[in-house]
Ligand binder design. Structure first.
Ligand code: AMP
Length: 462
């Protein structure tokens, strides 16, 4: 956090007072360095990742620039995944809550097309979306960009990694030339430099050092001979640390599924997250991991990108990442906000070149540590605190979190502190309850009514 206050910026008073009510006192480094230029209307490239406060940096720039009275699409934010787009839209709505009638629309792939056309016909000020779907709307003519004056690319490196370059080019070609363009990216490979040269005008560069210094993340390395030993090492490390929430990173989808299956067979409460899952399964997986109904998430880098969980106790690298910056990004997901985190990386001789690159980057020698003793396997495997209950009713049925909380905690119900996160999507709602309370919770939900109706409810088992 810098010492610079938001009040040093010429922001609309209602934005400033809202920041105060959100408890945003000082600017984060990326905000302090980028906002002055963003507010001047300049193009800015920001190197910052999730957790740096980049969303508020571009979100405030956007809201300051927006002319609410002009009900036209003035800003477009492109994100690599639907999860990230949803988070960005949520943060913008939070930042905008003191200004009336701002309409933010999300346009993401994996969602039905028809309703999006309907929403676009109703109009919006701000669109947040994934490149493929936004491109479709632009080509079909359902999304008109002629009033666009601000284009934001969030996690641009990831969008390029995912093959969105042609879609981005197509969208940019149809946007007015005299717009402002902001680009945020965690890493800076050459292809980002090239795209910024093509689509931006004299951009300023803002780079913030990783907010995760070595003191909050302890890194351990373990050397193994082959893949069987790799799994054994992972099992021992999980049993030693017993994390409540941990992510195991794999370099391929195939590995992610295999490792998840093996961990499940060992009894760990584990979920897999990778690009081969159906959108609905991905959503459910993210919800269940975030609400603490599973201890371990085995993920590929791309799939984990949209995951916004602050309190990961540990990160495990099943293989060393293919790229040093990706490694740093992975381990940065633990030890957030001053809490201690552990990062354990498993490597073999075959990966010695990656280890050498990491040694250079970390400026330390990497030697394999001794794995935990097999005795740790005698302990009971950790269990998640919560269980997720799915309710077959969602926003479509006007179900709100308060309705669910009410049904659960009403007369003879469970206690409020036994209820965890509640997520309501279009057709379903998910509520996490303490394991010890789940039977009563199910009974309450089955017997009681939500919005005057009896919805089907069931426990989602791992
Ligand atoms: P981001 O890097 O955009 O994903 O933001 C990380 C988190 O920091 C989000 O939960 C924001 O709500 C929060 N945040 C952003 N800026 C500030 C600030 N200046 N002070 C406190 N919290 C912030």
């Amino acid at each position: 956090m810098s010492d610079l206050k938001f009040s040093t910026l010429a922001l609309k008073p209602e934005l400033l007072s809202n920041l105060e009510s959100l408890g945003y006192e000082s600017m984060t480094p990326i905000q302090a360095q980028s906002l002055p230029d963003i507010l001047k209307g300049k193009d800015v490239i920001g190197q910052g990742k999730t957790g740096s406060g980049k969303t508020a940096a571009f979100g405030l720039g956007l809201l300051q620039k927006l002319d609410v009275k002009r009900f036209r699409i003035q800003s477009l934010i492109l994100c690599p995944t639907r999860e990230l787009a949803d988070q960005v839209a949520k943060e913008i709505r939070r930042l905008a809550r003191s200004i009336h009638n701002i309409k933010v629309l999300t346009l993401c792939g994996g969602m039905p097309f028809g309703p999006q056309i309907g929403s676009l016909e109703h109009g919006a000020h701000i669109v947040v979306g994934t490149p493929g779907r936004v491109e479709e709307h632009v080509i079909k003519g359902t999304l008109n960009l002629e009033n666009l004056n601000l284009l934001i690319l969030d996690e641009a490196d990831r969008m390029l990694d995912m093959g969105f370059q042609p879609a981005l080019d197509n969208i940019v070609r149809r946007a007015p030339d005299d717009r402002q363009t902001l680009l945020f990216s965690a890493t800076f490979p050459n292809k980002i430099k090239q795209i910024s040269e093509r689509i931006m005008t004299k951009p300023g560069m803002v780079k913030v050092e990783s907010t995760h210094d070595d003191s909050s993340i302890t890194q351990h390395f373990y050397k193994v001979a082959d893949n069987d030993q790799r799994l054994e090492a992972l099992r021992l490390l999980l049993m030693q640390h017993k994390p409540e929430s941990a992510v195991v990173f794999c370099n391929t989808k195939k590995d992610a599924q295999i490792v998840a299956d093996k961990l499940i067979a060992f009894g760990f409460s584990t979920l897999a997250l990778h690009g081969d899952l159906e959108q609905r399964d991905r959503d459910q997986t993210l919800v269940r991991f975030a609400n603490k109904s599973a201890n371990v998430l085995v993920a590929t880098d791309v799939a984990a990108r949209g995951l916004d969980i602050d309190n990961l106790d540990a990160v495990f690298n099943f293989h060393i990442a293919l790229d040093t910056e990706v490694h740093v990004h992975r381990i940065g997901r633990t030890g957030r906000a001053g809490s201690k985190g552990i990062a354990c990386s498993i490597f073999s001789d075959k990966e010695s070149y990656k280890v050498a690159l990491l040694e250079d980057y970390l400026n330390r020698k990497i030697v394999g540590e001794e794995l935990p003793d097999f005795n740790v396997l005698h302990d009971a495997v950790m269990r998640p605190q919560m269980i997720t209950i799915q309710i077959d009713g969602g926003k479509r049925d006007k179900v709100r979190p308060g309705d669910i909380l009410g049904a659960l905690t009403g007369e003879n119900g469970i206690k409020g502190d036994q209820v965890g996160k509640i997520n309501v999507s279009q057709n379903f709602a998910y509520v996490a309850v303490k394991r010890s309370a789940h039977k009563l919770a199910i009974k309450k939900l089955e017997k009681g009514k939500i919005k005057g109706r009896n919805f089907r409810v069931r426990v989602i088992r791992g």
